[in-house]
Design a protein around this ligand. Sequence first.
Ligand SMILES: [Zn+2]
Ligand SMILES: [Zn+2]
Ligand SMILES: [Zn+2]
Length: 149
Amino acid sequence: MVEPTGHVDDIVSAVRGAAKRVTVAKRTVADVLVGATGHLTADEITQEVQKRQPEVSPSTVYRILEEFEALQLVVHAHLDQHAAVYHLAGAVHGHLTCEMCGDTIEIPAAHFDALSKDLQKTFGFLLDRHHVAVTGTCHDCQRRRRSAP
Ligand SMILES: [Zn+2]
Ligand SMILES: [Zn+2]
Ligand SMILES: [Zn+2]
């Protein structure tokens, strides 16, 4: 797990710095994101927010996530066919998702450096290391497959 970085106060002051209103709902979404240890979808973020502030609607949470993304405080990633997951922008990393068990391993984005350079040089293409997971088969599933009758 890549350590989450960021503080609620940093997020709140970035929102204020962009001349946006700071609301209890925004503060709560920020708090949930800072405290999150895994990958939360917008629905999961909504559930966490509503545990603390039941009056905050899902559409409010979605709008706040969009605003945070526009302010580059938050990024989202697609780990598999399911809903996007959200991260604080300071915690950007690569994802390896196993197609068999659905587990996701987080890896430092630096692992994509060589590939990133090569793609840029050969195709003039700038790789986004975070947005979409690299899929494959994890170590355990490979072992399980090999030992299957
Ligand atoms: Zn996307
Ligand atoms: Zn697996
Ligand atoms: Zn992640």
